[in-house]
Design a protein around this ligand. Structure first.
Ligand code: 5RP
Length: 222
């Protein structure tokens, strides 16, 4: 089955999962990427069932608004009942690598606020050990070379993502060749480097539920 069909299946499953729980006052957090894009399209079918959304990127906000779904500033909402987003990799502990779409910082902020974090991913994202996908790190532009040198000391091969400016006006270093055996420790260590905004490891705040699209159907893993 093509990856897009699996992405659509998990996006549909996420809407089916959250729909019965939603109240008309609720705010839904929405992630970024192609899987999240399918989720937005299905979410539009139940848009009367909740108040509105907070978006993890400008692209997501635009897509939500194109469906007539309200998008709020995170600072203006008290509570996010659920956050739904894709991932670049997930391990069996539901620790993730995210940021392939350069939205990692806003994604991490909404995941931190949300009561429940649901990850939607096709089976190609499932790994035993994180790190085959290069780990994105969002960096303040003037600190790029310094951060790159520090990432080399941690054992990685950072590569500047050419032509990419994040929604926050920063740059991305993609760290190759890291076999991440202790995701929580590495997440902390990278975030200690001066000039790093955040990195794409979601280990201290992993997903609560994974909807994994496989050839046999959508698996729920918690
Ligand atoms: C964006 C992300 C995405 O969730 C991740 O890149 C997965 O994208 P896709 O659903 O297109 O495979 O972290 O920053």
């Amino acid at each position: 089955m093509p990856a897009d069909a699996l992405k659509q299946a998990v996006a549909r499953a996420a809407v089916d999962y959250i729909a019965p729980k939603l109240d008309r006052h609720d705010i839904v957090g929405v992630g970024t990427g192609s899987t999240a894009g399918f989720f937005i399209d299905y979410l539009a079918q139940i848009k009367g069932h909740f108040d509105g959304t907070v978006a993890s990127s400008e692209a997501t906000a635009t897509r939500l608004q194109s469906h007539g779904i309200p998008v709020y500033d995170l600072n203006s909402v008290d509570d996010v009942v659920v956050y739904v987003d894709g991932a670049d990799e997930t391990n069996p502990r539901l620790e993730l690598i995210k940021g392939g779409g350069a939205a990692l910082t806003r994604e991490k902020i909404i995941a931190a606020v949300a009561r429940e974090f649901i990850c939607i991913a096709d089976a190609g994202k499932w790994v035993d050990c994180l790190g085959s996908f290069p780990l994105p790190v969002e960096v303040i532009p003037m600190a790029r070379s310094h951060v790159a040198r520090e990432l080399v000391k941690l054992g990685g091969d950072p590569v500047y993502r050419q032509g990419c400016e994040t929604d926050n006006g920063n740059v991305i270093l993609d760290v190759h060749n890291m076999r991440i055996t202790d995701p929580r420790a590495l997440e902390t260590a990278i975030n200690q480097i001066t000039g790093v905004v955040t990195n794409g490891l979601f280990a201290h705040r992993p997903a609560d539920l994974l909807l994994l699209g496989t050839e046999a159907g959508v698996e729920q893993i918690a």
